[in-house]
Design a protein around this ligand. Structure first.
Ligand code: MN
Length: 497
């Protein structure tokens, strides 16, 4: 549902008229070649579009206006092949409303030792041309990403793609709509926050519908549509005996399928990109959406439990960022700890709603009592998650600002069957170690709800936070609590200036 190739990043090269027409022709040729090569790279998920080189303040202002107005343009890559006096950029940069990547590269990889002359030097001067441009962006206090390296080098290309994916998610948030069925879980703090400030800062809106509005759509779903979806469940999952056609609880599977179909229609009709519900508000619902929430997430929707709209939006953003990459992104909760010395780890899960995009192998489809909410037993997908590097991310509202936290973790292959645990789960070891990682998370006020990602890195989220212009706190192998506490204290000052 998320096709990143439809989105465009515009490649803009700055120069000036000092060097004569011949040089400018070369600059245009070279910058066209770079843009084309980036566009053709299969590692780059978006389209890279060459724009005519800019050499005057008027041209720069005009292309920046075009960037702002373009529906499909999600960001700009700038490069100064030659020198482009940066006062020319002030008025353009001042109005630029989309993410900026400054590519500090050079058309020639190597210095042509035997042939180098002043013509070569005049053409290939990004080493200082880009510094002049960089000064202006810093002088204007603008957030941007600086990528340094030869344009054909894989690490350069991958870094551009990280930024492009973050820009795609940022673009996706602008004007996005998320729906809450019911309010925030009673008395819970971290899942709540300022929705007005969020809409101003992030561009998405969050509005509420009574659960009855959804129940009405669910009740209108036809039996034939339910049967078709049940067939899909039968093919995709291992159904427990009681849920199968002749099983005692087959009706519950039908109820679950009906909920999924109703949700899908509700979200499509309302043009929503994600939703949250709460077990405290299920009037008229037969069961808390389990498999429905899991499958809607797999389809690309944002989701979080208990009214947690910030995590809904984050899950959606991370799904956009990870689109097309191996591995998945899911709503997650730190649930229970294993404190065995030298083998400490976290068991992550939720009551039901872990996205099947992170499943290792074929999920089993099961039904068990929930214990809270007072509704019928909900159907859910149960699975383990493969070993590997991952991250947990959380957005919190600090009152005067939003903070995005990321903890790098290592997911662990489960050694035990957990036969009595009726939910999807992940085991991980937080970086740099359990004690430091968990303490750092708690000092930073990170939520118990997160988005767990197998295919994104902290760099994606750092770029994203920079585009949103919010605080970013990273907990990784280098984290030291003394420094982290100072960082948090210093950030308090920064965000009050
Ligand atoms: Mn929860």
């Amino acid at each position: 549902m998320i096709d990143l190739k439809q989105l465009e990043v515009w490649f803009i090269t700055g120069s000036q008229h000092l060097y004569g027409e011949e040089t400018l022709k070369k600059v245009a040729e070279h910058s066209q070649a770079i843009a084309k090569s980036l566009n053709d790279e299969k590692e780059i998920s978006v389209s890279v579009i060459f724009k005519p080189i800019v050499t005057t303040p008027e041209e720069i202002l005009s292309v920046c206006k075009e960037v702002n107005a373009s529906e499909n343009c999600i960001g700009v890559i700038t490069w100064m092949h030659t020198f482009s006096p940066a006062k020319m950029w002030i008025n353009g940069l001042k109005i630029l409303q989309k993410p900026l990547l400054h590519l500090h590269t050079q058309f020639n990889r190597d210095i042509p030792w035997n042939d180098i002359d002043m013509d070569f030097m005049n053409l290939n001067q990004s080493a200082h041309g880009d510094r002049e441009f960089g000064f202006m962006v810093s002088r204007l206090r603008m957030n941007r990403k600086v990528v340094v390296g030869y344009w054909k080098e894989e690490s350069t290309i991958l870094q551009i793609d990280v930024w492009a994916r973050a820009a795609a998610a940022w673009h996706d948030w602008q004007g996005a709509k998320f729906v809450r069925f019911g309010d925030n879980m009673r008395y819970v703090a971290v899942t709540d926050g300022d929705k007005v400030e969020a809409e101003y800062k992030f561009g998405f809106s969050v509005n509420t519908h009574g659960i009855g509005d959804l129940v009405k759509v669910i009740n209108d779903i036809s039996d034939a549509d339910v049967d078709t979806l049940i067939e899909e469940y039968e093919n995709a999952y291992t159904l427990s005996a009681s849920l199968q056609k002749k099983g005692k609880q087959h009706q519950s599977l039908k109820d679950a399928a009906r909920i999924e179909l109703g949700l899908k229609i509700f979200l499509e009709d309302g043009n929503y990109k994600g939703f949250t519900d709460t077990f405290e508000d299920l009037h008229g619902m037969m069961q808390l959406p389990g498999i429905a929430a899991q499958r809607m997430m797999q389809a690309g929707y944002g989701f979080a439990g208990e009214g947690d709209w910030k995590t809904v939006a984050l899950v959606r953003a991370m799904k956009v960022m990870g689109s097309g990459l191996q591995g998945g992104n899911s709503f997650m909760e730190d649930y229970t700890y294993h404190f065995e010395p030298n083998n400490e780890m976290v068991l992550g899960a939720h009551m039901l709603e872990i996205c099947s995009s992170i499943a290792d192998g074929k999920p089993s489809c099961e039904i068990h009592p929930l214990g809270i909410g007072g509704k019928a037993d909900p159907v859910r997908l149960v699975f383990n998650v493969a070993e590997g590097e991952a991250i947990n991310a959380s957005v919190i509202d600090m009152g005067n600002r939003f903070r995005l936290l990321v903890n790098e973790v290592h997911a662990i292959k489960p050694k035990h069957e957990l036969p009595k645990l009726p939910v999807a789960r992940v085991l991980w070891k937080p970086m740099p170690d359990m004690k430091t990682g968990c303490a750092a998370w708690i000092y930073a006020g990170g939520a118990h709800h997160t988005c767990f990602s197998q295919n994104l890195t902290a760099e994606h989220l750092e770029d994203f936070a920079s585009m949103a212009n919010i605080e970013f706190v990273l907990i990784n192998e280098h984290t030291n609590l003394h420094q982290l506490k100072n960082e948090l204290r210093w950030n308090e000052v920064y965000y009050r200036v």
